[in-house]
Design a protein around this ligand. Structure first.
Ligand SMILES: [Zn+2]
Length: 72
């Protein structure tokens, strides 16, 4: 009976009640939808991932603009 009870508890713990994951960027619990798993221990929520991509695009645009200015 102990094994049966334990199985029931394990099944219960897998219910999607608290499916939020801890984001390593903003350090908040976020819904997993849209998030990116950077590694088995690191996860980024969709908001932080979007911000990261945006920042990179802005940096690239800035670098290209500066390069154009130097050439001219
Ligand atoms: Zn985040």
């Amino acid at each position: 009976m102990n094994g049966f009870t334990r199985n029931q508890l394990e099944i219960g713990s897998k219910q999607p009640v608290h499916k939020y994951k801890l984001c390593n960027k903003c350090e908040e619990m976020r819904p997993p939808e849209g998030g990116i798993e950077l590694s088995p221990t690191r996860w980024s929520c969709s908001t932080c991932w979007a911000n990261r991509v945006t920042v990179r695009n802005l940096l690239n645009a800035k670098t290209k603009a500066e390069g154009t200015l130097k050439k001219n």
